[in-house]
Design a protein. Sequence first.
Length: 199
Amino acid sequence: YLIDGRFGTLNNKQLEILKLMKASNQELKELIENMLETYRLEQKKIKLDKSKNYLNPFINSIVEEMGQIAIETDHKISVDISQTENIELEFDVFQLKRVIKNLIQNALSFSPNSSEIIIRSELYNEKIKLLFTNKGSGISADDLDLIFQKYYCGHSKFRKAGTGLGLYLSQQIVLAHNGKIEVDSSKEEETTFVLSLPF
């Protein structure tokens, strides 16, 4: 409400500070949620609440939600998911949303401002593939074998601090959906995470 100016007009400095506070609070919220979800996962396996949903509107709604974060860092999110038009999948909306948001957030965090994040879909051997590509720092060959490990945090001049739980949780959620996450990266060029789900 403060940022929207509902309690009075703000100058540029006040608006900048409030936006930083909002972003910081959001990051803290996500860190706590990841830690709690990891604890629940260690106590018992992920229980999915699956329902049938059209994939494309689901993805587009997440991209729209993440759009403000992209605008603030002058990123562009391009979406080409025409290959999965009218495709229905059975999945846990809350959990899969967590995965896709994490992959988009990682792409934003690991790429320089004013760069482009590309989200594409493919159909291959009765599987749906969602590809999340960002230009920028890339991932070293040594890190590629480690990034899905719990508490692992890679080093990047673009990356914000985190718990190292996001990709670990994402992998566990995707495995529970009988899918998988893979990554392909060229150091100092680009990184693509590939989320595959059966249908």
